[in-house]
Each structure stands twice: as structure tokens, then as C-alpha cells.
Design a protein around this ligand. Sequence first.
Ligand SMILES: O=P(O)(O)OC[C@H]1O[C@H](OP(=O)(O)OP(=O)(O)O)[C@H](O)[C@@H]1O
Length: 183
Amino acid sequence: MPADLTERLAALFQWIDPGPDTSHLVSDISGWWRDPAVLAELGPALVAPYRAARPTVVLAPAVTGLLLGPLAATALGVGFVAAHKPGDGRLPAGPLTWAQSPPDYRGRRVDLAVRDRHLGPDDRVLVVDDWVRTGAQLRALYDICAARGAEVLGTAVVAVDCPPEVTADLRITGLIDAADLPS
Ligand SMILES: O=P(O)(O)OC[C@H]1O[C@H](OP(=O)(O)OP(=O)(O)O)[C@H](O)[C@@H]1O
């Protein structure tokens, strides 16, 4: 992890109290996008561990992945594929491959879908996301890649917040350990 970038990610992160109707704080990562130097460095930093493996495509889930994925893809000079969630009202038309996640960090089984024409057996896939807690949504993406015959090289996230066995199992790399974010 680049030490300077890691320090700035921590400095720009906040926990927000959403108000009296909610009992828990929510993470606010919007400072990462607002800082021009961090925004410019995120893509190259995310993909650095995977360059040698020559990914052919970056795959990332809605919603935050739709921001980070293209940053990573641009850094690699490859294309980007979105994984859609029907719950967001943006279900694409055309042939799709679906997978449902195990319960994620909110206990949700999330349905994810990828356009068939954008992922195939010749692809070496780098998955990108902002945060990993249980790895549930990543597992659904890996299932979609397997169904399409595509090879998953691993996942690059900004914040790693999952057990080490999940990190190892899903081949996850990160830019900051969530334990190093301000509490
Ligand atoms: O490790 P997991 O338990 O699977 O949780 C991590 C996922 O949850 C969050 O997405 P969310 O569905 O909240 O969507 P968002 O990008 O709109 O925040 C986050 O962006 C990851 O995609």
C-alpha cells in the first residue's frame, strides 16, 4: 500500500451520524472523490498489484463500483463492465448472467447481473470495489465470472474490513485496512 495515499485516505474519511432515527454511524467516503490528488491516484494504486497478471477487463458492482471501476480500468488501459443490482431501478435490457450473494454486511442477499456480451471465456477479470466486509457481494461476482467462463484474477478494494481468511480466499488487495480509519 502506498503510505502517503493510505494516510490521505484515512484523513479524508468520516463517520457520520445520520440523525435521531438511526442508532449507528454511517461511513462517509465522499472525501476520497473530492480530493483531486486522491482521485487521480486511486485507479493506479488499485491496479498496481495486478498489472503483471494482465487483466483484460475491470468488473465492479453498483453503486460505488461504478465510480471506482472506470478509474481502475483507465489506469490499466482496459474496458469496464458494470454489475447491476435490480433494486437500484437500473436493470439493463438484454441477456444477463445473474448471481445472488450470501448474506452481506447488512444481512441482504443481493442479486447482481452482468451483460453477457461484455464478459466471456477470453477475459481475465479484475474486480474492483470500495469496501469489503463479508465478501458476499464479491462471491456473487465471482460466480457470474465462472458462469461466463471468465477467469478472476482477484479483487482490488480501497478499504479492507474483512477477516483474513476472506482476504486470502477471494484474493483481495486493499489500499487501507479499515482498522486504520478514524473511529
Ligand atoms: O463485503 P460485503 O458484505 O459484500 O459488503 C461490501 C459491499 O457493500 C457495499 O455496497 P452497497 O451494497 O452498500 O452499495 P453502495 O456501493 O451503493 O454503497 C460496498 O460498496 C461493497 O460493494
